[in-house]
Structures are given as C-alpha cells and as structure tokens.
Design a binder for this molecule. Structure first.
Ligand SMILES: Nc1ncnc2c1ncn2[C@@H]1O[C@H](COP(=O)(O)OP(=O)(O)OP(=O)(O)O)[C@@H](O)[C@H]1O
Length: 247
C-alpha cells in the first residue's frame, strides 16, 4: 500500500478523535519486497475505512501492521495512543480473516467463547456475552451446531461473532467475504454496515473491489460505503472513508 499524501497524514479532520495514526510507514520484507511505502493515514474513531486496490498492493500488510501482527520497517503506527501491537488491552482489536478459521470439532458456542476463554473467563461468566455476539450476527439459534453443519456465509458470521465477543473498538476485516457467492456477500456487507452503525465501531475493511475514487461523492449506496467525499488516493491502492451515521 503505497504512497499516501506525503508528510501529512490524510484524513485528520478538525473536531474528530484519531484512533489510528500511521506516519510515513514502510514495510520491507526480508526478501527485499517493499509492500508498503510512505503510508500516512489518520483514521478517526467511528469511521469505516476501506483499503481498496489490486492484489499485491499491500492492503493486508497494512492491516497486519495496524494490528501488530507485523512490525513496521520505518515510520510509526499508533492505535488509541499506543504503538501498534502494544496496547495493554488486546481486546481492543477484533480481526476477521478471509477464511472463517473455526475449530471444526467445537460447537459454534465454543468457537465464539474461545477468545474469552483465553482471557480466563469461565463458560458461565462468558455465556451471556457469547449469546449476545451470536445474536448480533443472527445466529442465536445455532449455538449448539458444529461448523460443518453451517453454510459458508454462516461460518463467516460465526467468525465475526468471535471477533466481536471481546467488544473491540476496532474491527479489522481482511477480504472476509471474497470466497462467498455474490448474494451472500451482499447480505454480509449489509450486516457489517449495521454492526458498524449499531456498535459504534471503527472498521477497516480490505477488499479487492475495484472502485473509482472519482465517484466517491456520489457513491453513497455503493459497497464499500462512502458517506463522506473524502478519499485518500495512492499509486495503486486507495483508502476511502465513511463517517459514522450520526456525524
Ligand atoms: N511475509 C512476506 N514475505 C515477503 N513478501 C511478502 C510477505 N507478505 C506479503 N508479501 C508481498 O508483499 C506484497 C503485498 O502483499 P499483501 O498481501 O499486503 O497485498 P494485498 O494487497 O493484500 O494482496 P491480496 O489482495 O492479494 O491479498 C506482495 O508483493 C506480497 O507478495
């Protein structure tokens, strides 16, 4: 993910609180591949930002650096005032990958409970939150099912519930619906928007979708959502943003 506006993090609008600040970030892998160069971007609390662009332009690498899964080679990323990956509360970030990555031998309930189990909560303590997360994605009745009994779209919903069960402030989604059919994808896109609107989340959504930034101002009904005209354009990747519905 390339060359954003040089030296000046794009998007920091007056009166809004920054959640993520990326300043002059580069990522060079050990084999010499430069995946991200000079990326500067501010994402405010409550925004929905999409990273768009062709395969290989560095979208996933940018997302992984924000989450702390990858280190930066140069520059800095802060999330909620902490260097990326160094937040005292790992629950702040939920991550949804392209594959649902569910444990096949565990029920839907157990899969969603897992992040809370890892944080030391008993089943009993966690059960209301697991049920709430499942209700959020419309799977309240499937707690006892196993992943193999669900459709691909339902499995993705489980993985969204698993990401939401820790009540994150930031939801990172890396081409989560790319493998699904068009109708399921459209429905899940709508559901993600609803989650964003109802939960006060900040979302970064990585997608292959080809999008012409010149239509940003008129694209309010498109996916990914664009409610504000502001966009950040780079050599081969683009970040577009939507402000919260209340803004
Ligand atoms: N661990 C790694 N080691 C070396 N090169 C890597 C590594 N991970 C990614 N790359 C390279 O960095 C570049 C950016 O990859 P990245 O996965 O971020 O792109 P992307 O835009 O997310 O692509 P896609 O849409 O196909 O997922 C690519 O050239 C990729 O081959």
């Amino acid at each position: 993910m390339p060359d954003q506006s040089h030296g000046h993090p794009d998007g920091g609008r007056a009166g809004q609180t920054a959640l993520i600040e990326m300043i002059d970030v580069d990522k060079e892998f050990a084999n010499g591949t430069v995946a991200v160069r000079d990326m500067s971007l501010v994402i405010n609390k409550g925004e929905f930002v999409s990273f768009l662009g062709p395969s290989g332009c560095g979208k996933s690498t940018a997302l992984k650096m924000i989450s702390g899964l990858l280190s930066v080679s140069n520059g800095s990323i802060t999330v909620n005032g902490h260097l990326a990956g160094q937040s005292p509360d790992a629950s702040d970030i939920g991550y949804v990958f392209q594959e649902a990555n569910l444990l096949p031998w565990a029920t839907v309930f157990e899969n969603v409970y897992l992040p809370l189990k890892l944080r030391g909560l008993s089943r009993k303590e966690a059960s209301a939150r697991v049920e709430e997360a499942l209700a959020m994605v419309g799977l309240a009745k499937f707690a006892k099912s196993y992943p193999r009994q669900l459709s691909g779209g339902m499995r993705m919903r489980v993985s969204i519930a698993r990401a939401m069960v820790t009540k994150p402030k930031l939801l990172l989604m890396d081409e989560p619906f790319a493998a699904l059919d068009e109708m399921t994808r459209a429905k899940l896109n709508d559901d993600v928007l609803q989650l964003w609107e109802s939960q006060g989340l900040t979302v970064i959504f990585v997608t292959h979708s080809v999008f012409d930034p010149s239509i940003c101002p008129a694209a309010s009904s498109s996916w990914p959502p664009v409610r504000a005209a502001s966009s950040t354009i780079s050599r081969s990747g683009t970040a577009i943003r939507a402000t919260p519905p209340t803004a």
